[in-house]
Design a protein. Structure first.
Length: 403
């Protein structure tokens, strides 16, 4: 048995048809509405336990990097809900949650890291784009300012976390490709080019080192104090030499968003390389395992459904900028990934789970990576969000992208 099916076999899979997409989105909106009583004034934890999210923090969780995805689900439900009363209720919840993000950034509560984009794009940038909220705009611009404080001029990158002067913290990680769009948005909204300049430097540095010769990606890149490359590592994958699946998916979507914001042709080439690696390392049902070194025959390893959803968003974003034949290929690939998710991974019964997608992974421990198990074979909140985003992209071709 081959570990991975061929690209031709991937593309022979059945696409999600329009009625399936609509039905999947209707189910997602119902699930968000079902969850509002528990999560209007609390945020869900990053991952479920036994397939159910529990509230983190009281009254709001303010110590993690993932709450923005729940508020993003609220806004996506608002965009896709039928009926004005339902939409009004979702908007009211989204507006109340925006206030917590403004409080968080004003008080600098757990914001000394690079995940300002994950926190503030699907929550506050989305709110501003949808409703014109001045409070959301204020919060998101302040979050962009906070992200700018992580910039390391020596090396030209945004440091992921930790003391800026500590030698062992001089690192970037691939996730930041989805935080950087906050800076492009801030540059556009404020008219201040410095945000864009830092974003450009970081992306140039990140892609130079993150993408390996075979199109796989590192999770983490380390630098010395002068900004020189030291080494790559795959801290949340199986081991350094492997390709962490979620990181590869961040690479797919991150390169597409980088092109959206810059129009630089080299980002298309990066996108094609990381996308091909992703698509040629899938098992029979085309939902990947948590590390792309695993495939058919590795059934003892967990899947990561969230990575399929993230990659589908990237395929759909880049398809807008490609010649017709190439665009059709990536749209089709996204529909096939979503077809697999809808038929095999979507939650359809709230008695089974209060999430959207089963079989995700936050972090998995191995003898080589130093991680602790967290959210293994569970719903993960970003997977739920990006699943809804991918569905929205297909159901609303003119959707105003949050990122």
């Amino acid at each position: 048995m081959n570990k991975w099916i061929s690209l031709e076999q991937v593309m022979a899979h059945e696409e999600a048809a329009l009625p399936e997409l609509r039905g999947a989105m209707d189910s997602c909106v119902r699930q968000v509405l079902n969850n509002l009583p528990a999560f209007e004034e609390h945020f869900p934890d990053a991952n479920s336990e036994d397939n159910f999210y529990t509230p983190g923090g009281n009254p709001y969780r303010i110590d993690d990097w993932t709450s923005g995805f729940w508020t993003g689900e609220v806004w996506l439900a608002y965009e896709n809900a039928a009926g004005e009363l339902m939409k009004a209720h979702l908007k009211a919840v989204g507006d109340r949650q925006v206030e917590t993000y403004l409080e968080r950034i004003n008080k600098k509560l757990a914001v000394n890291h690079h995940d300002m984009g994950f926190l503030y794009i699907p929550s506050c940038v989305a709110a501003y784009k949808l409703t014109g909220s001045a409070r959301a705009k204020e919060a998101a611009v302040k979050a962009a300012d906070q992200l700018m404080t992580r910039y390391q001029p020596a090396g030209g990158y945004i440091q992921a976390w930790g003391d800026m002067n500590a030698a062992d913290n001089r690192r970037l990680i691939i996730d930041c490709l989805l935080n950087i769009p906050l800076l492009y948005w801030a540059a556009q909204i404020t008219g201040k080019p410095r945000y864009r300049e830092v974003a450009e430097r970081h992306i140039t540095t990140a892609l130079k080192y993150l993408v390996r010769d075979d199109g796989s990606t590192w999770h983490t890149i380390f630098f010395d104090g002068e900004g020189n490359f030291l080494r790559g590592a795959t801290c949340q994958g199986y081991k350094d030499a492997s390709a962490w699946t979620r990181g590869q998916a961040w690479g797919v979507y991150g390169t597409a968003i980088a092109y959206k914001n810059t129009g630089r042709a080299e980002y298309i080439e990066y996108f094609k390389r990381v996308s091909r690696y992703f698509l040629t390392h899938l098992p029979d049902d085309i939902c990947p395992y948590w590390d792309l070194s695993f495939g058919n025959g590795d059934e003892d390893q967990p899947r990561d459904s969230s990575s399929s959803a993230i990659a589908a968003c990237g395929f759909l974003e880049m398809s807008k900028y490609l010649p017709a034949a190439e665009a059709a290929f990536y749209v089709s690939a996204a529909k096939k990934l979503l077809g697999s998710l809808i038929r095999g991974y979507q939650v359809t019964d709230p008695a089974v789970s209060n999430g959207q997608l089963l079989h995700g992974v936050y972090a998995k421990s191995t003898p080589y990576n130093g991680c602790k198990n967290a959210g293994v074979d569970e719903c993960v909140i970003w997977g739920d969000y990006f699943f809804m985003e991918a569905l929205t992209r297909l159901l609303k071709p003119d959707w105003n992208v949050y990122w």
